[in-house]
Design a protein around this ligand. Structure first.
Ligand code: PEP
Ligand code: MG
Length: 753
């Protein structure tokens, strides 16, 4: 078993490192021929433009001239049948099978024993791998091996494919992810160098050979010095053997072929990071191919070393980033800090290989009205820097190198969208009220100062959720009481006379603090929100002190507690808040009102304890992002399950109705502050439920108002009853979308409709 896993890993690594898809596939066929003792191995792949046709892409052991010439429709021949059924076939005598189709001149009839398995990714058949030999039927272990290999390779093939195709053609290329934040943008990709890795180094050339040589030598020198120092330090606490590694690394950088080969490349006009990457890969590759696991491991050492030098090289060059006028941030994982570092007047869109609409960066983008496409599998990040892009945040797609016709179409959409926005502007000073006179309060979610002005301009009636973790995240240490006091006073004053709900620190899960690292196997089920702040009362107390002090003159503060999963946590928080109030009263020598205190309802246990929670709070606020994540057991940031994440899922709607009914018993007000509150269809469902306070990204506010003003509470309540009879999330959305469309408001969920 051990050796099988080892072999698999080696093959997958080789493929991931191959320079293009054809050499990757050839590598697989060669490795398989060797590892499974077969005489022939073939790989057929479906074609992007002809998804129902499989073409022989690589072969070993057969006449190589047939590569590219053998084609099979789905269901045709053995290969076509394997693909059509998405099922493996293990045959003792392939030519005797009724589906067998002879390939003239292939030589395959000499190898009648055949095992073929489909290569599948995201429920789609990408191709078929088949192995053949003349003796010995394939046993179960071999079948398991090939199936496992095919599953692992599917991702590699997908990636190699999208990158390989992309680099050879300059044609428009569509990428699909999930809708992260609505809107559309036309701009130029900017790939930030953060989290540099060897794979993401772009291929570039340079005219400044001397400058590049100097940069390279400087980077190498620095890493060498660091390594020597580290080795010295480690001697104190590590066995000699481990320290030796650092010395060995340092020696590799003192001369020899790693350095010489890179310098040769630079002298030929290759940009230093590209040349270094090529050299590192070549050297590592030599080791990877060795069967001896010890030597194969040395390949990782070389890459590790490669990365250290690369970081020095790349980071030093990224001092001043030149942001294009219409910047589209592109990355493996675009983060909240990336966004915070980009000048907002230049930021037009975001495309991130990982994440979903409820990732923090997407929520921020939404708040800022910036379209985002998240969770794009196999995004060819390294090749996108400086490339033209069209981002469609409504349906989660983007166009690389958009053609004239795509550009024309999107310019038209953008004009129509601007027209809708223009129409909506007249609503900004009108109250949000249904046609049968139910008044709804519309507030904004905030966390960045940059959204205060747009919020006030859109007629927001206060801040329904201020995510205090955002100011914490964009710093490099915990902000002190005074620093926090200024931040909170600023937002309380800006929205004077309106409620401002400051949520206590909600870090953990997907919201890391660089200066407070937490390593857990299940971060979403771990140390998050009040669980952290109750364990660190000093953080909690400092924060609440800053909030209450900031509120003294303005008196519009409300405090919201995140991740409450039971009554005990709430009681503990209340004790601390009251203690802080008493302290401040003593310090000031005056009485101060206790702010209204609310709990987030975002953990399923809180739904079932709603009455107990309401008995202790002044209001509750439903966090639909986490509530959906925890109820449906769907990670809000995982693109593999993004399709399953739906806050309109019947289970989520029913839970919310239960919250509303439970809170009604004590007359506790319920508001909603998750993303659903800003989704036009979500607004319809929530109003129908009897909720009359919604907090959302500022970009959604006027759309939500338009929706509220277009329906009666009565009809939305009826529609909800109808929706709750449906057991499927997508059908529920459809029901609401039809209703919206029938009012002529389809453009609110997609401009240009
Ligand atoms: C939520 O979970 O719905 C919510 C509003 O909080 P956050 O997205 O910040 O976790
Ligand atoms: Mg939450």
């Amino acid at each position: 078993m051990g050796s099988m896993i080892h072999r698999l890993q080696r093959i997958v690594q080789e493929v991931n490192r191959a320079s293009d898809i054809n050499s990757a596939l050839l590598l697989i066929t060669e490795s398989l021929t060797r590892d499974l003792s077969v005489e022939a191995c073939t790989i057929f792949l479906t074609q992007k433009d002809e998804p129902d046709t499989l073409v022989l892409q690589a072969a070993s052991g057969l006449n190589p001239e047939i590569i590219g010439t053998v084609r099979r429709k789905l269901g045709q021949g053995l290969v076509g049948t394997i693909a059509a059924r998405a099922e493996a076939m293990n045959l003792v005598d392939a030519p005797a099978h009724p589906k067998f189709m002879h390939v003239p001149d292939s030589g395959e009839t000499d190898f009648p024993i055949m095992l073929g398995v489909p290569i599948m990714a995201h429920r789609e058949v990408l191709g078929v791998i088949a192995v053949q030999r003349s003796e010995h039927v394939f046993n179960e272990d071999e079948e398991a091996f090939l199936t496992t290999l095919a599953a692992q390779l599917a991702t590699s093939i997908e990636r190699a494919e999208s990158q390989g195709r992309f680099s050879t053609e300059q044609a428009t290329h569509v990428i699909r992810g999930v809708a992260g934040a609505p809107g559309m943008a036309i701009g130029v990709a900017l790939v930030l160098n953060r989290g540099v890795n060897l794979e993401s180094v772009p291929n570039k050339r340079t005219d400044d050979i001397d400058g590049e040589l100097q940069n390279f030598r400087e980077a190498v020198r620095k890493v060498r010095e660091e390594l020597t120092e580290q080795a010295e330090l480690m001697r104190a606490s590590l066995p000699e053997e481990e320290c030796a590694l650092f010395i060995a690394y340092a020696q590799m950088l003192s001369g020899g072929s790693l350095i010489d080969d890179t310098e040769e490349g630079i002298k030929d006009g290759i940009w230093a990071p590209s040349s270094w990457r090529d050299t590192v890969e070549q050297h590592a590759h030599v080791f990877t191919r060795m069967e001896d696991p010890y030597l194969a491991e040395r390949a990782n050492d070389i890459r590790d070393l490669g990365l250290r030098v690369l970081r020095k090289l790349m980071l030093e060059q990224s001092g001043d980033i030149d942001f294009p006028e219409h910047t589209i941030l592109v990355g493996d994982e675009v983060t909240a800090t990336d966004l915070a570092e980009t000048p907002l007047d230049r930021l037009s869109g975001i495309v991130s290989a990982h994440g979903s609409s409820s990732s923090h960066v997407a929520i921020l983008a939404h708040a800022l009205g910036i379209p985002a496409v998240m969770g794009v599998p196999n995004l060819p990040v390294k090749q996108l820097d400086g490339v033209d892009l069209v981002v469609d945040g409504y349906n989660g797609s983007a166009f690389i190198n958009p053609s004239k016709s795509v550009l024309t179409e999107y310019r038209q959409y953008l004009r129509e969208e601007a027209a809708i926005e223009q129409d909506l502007l007249v609503l900004k000073n009108q109250p949000a009220i249904t046609t049968d006179k139910h008044r709804v309060s519309l507030l904004v979610n905030s966390g960045l100062m940059s959204d205060y002005t747009p919020s006030l301009r859109s007629g927001a009636e206060g801040v329904g959720l201020y995510r205090t973790e955002i100011p914490f995240q964009i710093r490099d240490r915990f902000p002190g009481e005074e620093e926090q006091y200024l931040i909170y006073r600023d937002v309380l004053n800006t929205f004077k006379g309106m409620p401002v709900v400051l949520r206590t620190l909600d870090v953990g899960g997907d919201k890391p603090l660089s200066y407070f690292p937490i390593h857990e196997a299940n971060p979403f089920l771990g140390w998050r929100g009040v669980r952290i702040t109750l364990d660190h009362p000093e953080i909690f107390v400092t924060q609440v002190r800053a909030m209450i002090r900031a509120n003294v003159k303005v008196n519009n503060l409300e405090i919201l507690l995140p991740m409450i999963s039971g009554k005990a946590e709430l009681v503990e928080c209340l004790v601390l808040i009251k203690r802080v109030r008493a302290e401040i009263e003593e310090e000031l020598g005056q009485q101060i009102a206790l702010p209204r205190i609310g709990a987030m309802i975002e953990v399923p246990s809180a739904v079932y304890q709603i009455e107990d929670i309401c008995a202790l709070t002044d209001f509750v606020s439903i966090g639909t992002n986490d509530l959906t994540q925890y109820l449906l057991a769907v990670d809000r940031n995982n693109e593999n399950v993004a399709d399953l994440f739906s806050s309109m899922h019947p289970a989520v709607l029913k839970a919310m109705r239960q919250i509303v009914q439970g809170a009604a018993k004590s007359g506790t007000p319920v508001s909603v502050c998750g993303e659903l509150a800003g989704d036009p269809l979500g607004v319809m469902a929530l109003i129908g439920m009897g909720i009359n306070s919604l907090s959302m990204s500022v970009g959604s506010l006027l759309r939500a108002k338009k929706v509220i003003m277009s329906f009666s509470y009565h009809e939305l309540a009826e529609l909800l009853d109808q929706a709750l009879l449906i057991s499927d999330a997508a059908q529920i959305r459809q029901l609401y979308a039809h209703k919206l469309d029938s009012r002529g408001l389809g453009g609110l969920i997609r401009a240009g409709k």
